[in-house]
Design a protein around this ligand. Structure first.
Ligand SMILES: [Ca+2]
Ligand SMILES: [Ca+2]
Length: 204
């Protein structure tokens, strides 16, 4: 998780062939800023930054392609996503979550697929828990055929669980859980039940 920076959480400058995936970039001033060629940006969660979310500038190298797939760029104070500098390149944006009223998208060849604008239903954003909730509209809404799709999500879950890949850094895993008792008398007794819809044993 990249959080709490006073200026920009992630800056990528003067580099090419970048793969940026499975990052949670939150509560910085600006989330991410690039100036590069051939960016593959997949399954990041960029939210709750007090400035802009993703400011993606691309270089002048001709005939390069930048691929922006399956990212949450939502809930930032400024623009969720801006694209510029692409005077001779292609930018593909598909299956991302952002507010179209908080964008600035200019590219020589901009290919917009099916992007969405949904509250991600994070588990507990106030406490920086950016797991997707069970009923999040972003579950299974990503593009599973995106080039360079990672094998795992940000915490090591398989990148595709259930019908398809989710949007954002987290793949919702119905059998994963976190238990953090804050009070009680030892020994604590905890009961688990399996609400998953796919076969498999619970390990506890
Ligand atoms: Ca899924
Ligand atoms: Ca997960």
């Amino acid at each position: 998780m990249i959080s709490g920076n006073n200026y920009t959480g992630v800056t990528i400058a003067n580099s090419d062939n970048i793969l940026l995936s499975n990052n949670i970039i939150t509560k910085n001033v600006n989330g991410i800023s690039t100036n590069c060629n051939s960016l593959n940006m997949l399954n990041n969660t960029i939210t709750s930054n007090s400035g802009n979310g993703a400011t993606l500038n691309f270089g002048y190298m001709p005939n390069t392609t930048n691929r922006i797939y399956n990212n949450i760029m939502w809930g930032n104070a400024g623009n969720d996503v801006s694209i510029g500098g692409c005077s001779n390149c292609t930018v593909i944006m598909d299956k991302n979550d952002f507010d179209p009223l908080k964008t600035s998208l200019y590219a020589y060849n901009l290919l917009l697929g099916v992007n969405v604008n949904y509250d991600p239903w994070f588990a507990n954003a106030k406490n920086s828990d950016y797991h997707l909730s069970k009923d999040s509209p972003l579950v299974d809404r990503g593009n599973a055929l995106a080039p360079s799709l990672p094998q795992q999500d940000f915490e090591g879950d398989p990148r595709i669980i259930s019908n398809s890949v989710d949007i954002g850094a987290d793949e919702y895993n119905p059998v994963s859980f976190t238990a953090t008792p804050t009070s009680g008398i030892s020994p604590l007794s905890v009961h688990f039940s399996d609400s998953s819809t796919t076969p498999g044993a619970i390990m506890a």
